[in-house]
Design a protein around this ligand. Sequence first.
Ligand code: ZN
Length: 317
Amino acid sequence: MARFCLPLFGDRSWPAIAVAGGLAALAGCSGFDYRERPAWRTHAEEACLAQNLVHESAYIQPFREITGPGICGLHHPFKVRGLADGTVVLNATETLDCSMIPALDSWVTGVLQPAASARFGEPVTEIKTMGSYNCRGINNQSGANLSEHAFGNAIDIGGFVLRSGREISVMRGWKGGDEQEQAFLREAQAGACGLFTTVLAPGSNVFHYNHIHMDLAMHGSTSRGLRRICKPAPEQALPEPPAHDTLPEPPPVDEDLDIAQGGRPAPQPQEYNGPGASAYLATATPSVTVDPGADRLSESDRDQLSALAGAASGVGR
Ligand SMILES: [Zn+2]
């Protein structure tokens, strides 16, 4: 049976280690022996399934139950390759619980796409993920409490790709991106804070310098609803999106249509005198119906020609 103690801290947190060490000693560490998966996890999965909140598709497929090691795992995992009806793909197939999928769909359609359209004039078409289900401690620290990742109830987001192929990276863009990139990433985080119960972006701690962590952990309730953790606190004043003209996009040029209107070049006859030439000509020569009498002169034409010939002979040379 796996045992998980108080979280350890990174190399830069020696004072915190001393505090944690003291608390661990008080708790005796063995007090953090999770023998059973908290009941709320199963309830959340089953409620989501009962409400039919996830629909199987080319992008979302149910997967077999994951049991352990320890209390890691989930009863009804899904393999997810795309969100919002496949309008946004993931760069990797992620394993998620039922509850995470509609929350992510809402994030894509209600937060990401409006922000991307306003700030870049184009939608997000791909999300760069950095992990979902993983039986591990918080922040990958051995001995730490289990992360929500250990239950498929979390995802890490490393960046976004726009329709043009432009990439917005959390690591490079959070502080180093241009004004609109920074604002877009902050809007993505702030919007996530209304949909997920834990959102940790760069600046929340040293572990989240390159991704946004989002999960649906149960932190308890307050008088205002579910308790949420959202770090760093969303910025209130973000730069305005750039002004876009309101003219509709010009229609794409239809090259096929242009060629048709210009007329196709007529096929050129090709000479061929090799074997089977007669058969070739019979099939390759354009079919033209010729009146068999068309090469004969009429009576009146013949009379006119005779008169002209007579006149010409009279003139002499
Ligand atoms: Zn994470």
